[in-house]
Write a protein that binds this ligand. Structure first.
Ligand code: SF4
Ligand code: SF4
Ligand code: SF4
Length: 393
């Protein structure tokens, strides 16, 4: 019997899933099993679209189609959290299993606090995540750094701090710090991200800690909830997955890997936040950058830490483009202590305004002040528990 806190190696017993899936296909096998056994009504996942740079969300109800979500797409910057509320009625009546990166899980938590998602109906299989790169940047890396035709690349993976590619039957790799020093690489929010192993999910899965001879053949799984333990036990009993207890040395190696990537995140935070350390300079940068805003409302619409409404922004700031600074300050005040640094407001801003940087810098300051960690537990943000003083006599 598995229990919260257990650590196992797992792999799919189905040969096709093992072949198509990342790290032995355990995640795909578990999602398929949950759907096969009607533990859930649907699987929300991401599949390859037109090419390896195109990540598309997909809702699957046929277990045989789950295999289409196998594998990793590093050039995809989707956030799945808001899809629950926008298209799936917040999982109110539908039980959904999903494979989610750290920012997806954090976003689901923030949405759940705002009653946009029913957490009881969401089975979360968390994925280790070293970071994602925009499709445009990934294509530049292929052509400018690796000097290969982006269309010839069949697979990209991050492993042991390196980006590896397979193209035309050949392989190349480069160290990620080296790539990033040269101005390429992961999105800036990903570089600052500390949610590399999402233990708020039911299971946290990935390759960190898989021993050398099992790399590509097994997934390291942390059991993070009773529901996750039940899924593993039932899948094992039905023969959908195989499992093995990892050696102590592999558990230590996983810890070292996590610590190394968290150290790197802290370095990037220091570097990115340094120019914002003076309040005057921060305000000057915010005024200057937001002066390009065309008030498209995208940053409001995509943010998982905001309610699904742009009405207050339309009502409070009608007509004018660019909007007054207050438009941005209103958004900042709504999200300042809840920003999960998912990067969506920056990725999708048509004017390349570094929204996520400003928001994340504020969240980091407030995290220090209040000790509130957005997206990590279900406690409410400080702004939600602050009582307005009664000003009437
Ligand atoms: Fe991964 Fe964190 Fe980037 Fe999300 S924000 S894609 S979890 S590194
Ligand atoms: Fe302005 Fe960019 Fe937000 Fe659009 S996404 S409202 S341009 S800051
Ligand atoms: Fe994500 Fe931007 Fe919202 Fe922060 S403010 S949670 S980075 S969309």
């Amino acid at each position: 019997m598995s229990a919260k806190g257990d650590l196992v190696y797992a792999w799919a017993t189905n040969a096709l899933i093992r072949e198509k899936g990342e790290s032995g296909g355990a995640v795909t096998a578990l999602l398929k099993f949950a759907l096969d056994e009607k533990m859930v009504d649907a699987v929300l996942g991401v599949k390859k679209g037109a090419d390896i740079y195109d990540a598309r969300p997909v809702l699957i109800t046929d277990p045989d189609e789950v295999i289409e979500t196998a594998g990793t797409i590093l050039g995809g910057t989707l956030l799945l959290s808001k899809l629950f509320g926008k298209y799936l009625d917040g999982a109110k009546d539908l039980k959904i299993a999903a494979a989610l990166k750290g920012c997806d899980v954090m976003g689901v938590y923030e949405q759940a606090k705002r009653r946009q998602v029913n957490l009881d109906n969401v089975l979360m299989i968390g994925l280790n995540c070293g970071g994602a790169t925009t499709p445009a940047m990934m294509k530049r890396i292929m052509s400018e750094v690796f000097e290969v035709d982006p269309d010839s690349v069949r697979k990209e993976t991050m492993y042991k701090g390196h980006l590896h590619i397979i193209y035309d039957g050949q392989q190349k790799d480069i160290s990620i710090p080296k790539l990033e020093e040269a101005g390429y690489g992961r999105r800036s929010n990903c570089r600052r991200c500390r949610m590399k192993i999402p233990r708020q999910a039911d299971l946290a899965c990935g390759q960190w800690g898989v021993k050398e001879e099992m790399v590509g053949k097994a997934t390291f799984v942390e059991v993070c909830s009773q529901r996750g333990a039940e899924l593993i036990d039932r899948a094992l009993e039905a023969g959908a997955v195989g499992i093995k207890v990892p050696d102590a040395s592999c558990i230590k190696a996983r810890k070292r890997r996590e610590e190394a990537i968290l150290d790197l995140a802290d370095k990037w935070r220091k570097r990115d936040f340094e120019p914002l350390s003076s309040s005057k300079e921060r305000l000057r940068m915010i005024i200057e950058e937001t002066s390009r805003c065309i008030k498209c409302y995208t940053c409001v619409e995509v943010c998982p830490a905001l309610f699904n409404t742009i009405k207050p922004y339309i009502t409070a700031f009608p007509g004018k483009v660019p909007p007054e600074l207050g438009f941005h300050l209103l958004r900042y005040s709504h999200v300042a202590d809840s920003c999960i640094d998912c990067g969506q407001c920056e990725d999708l801003c048509p004017m390349d305004i570094p929204n996520a940087l400003f928001m994340h810098a504020m969240e980091a300051d407030l995290e220090e002040l209040y000790g509130y960690h957005a997206g990590e537990d279900m406690s409410l943000p400080a702004v939600a528990i602050t009582e307005e003083p009664d000003m009437t006599d």
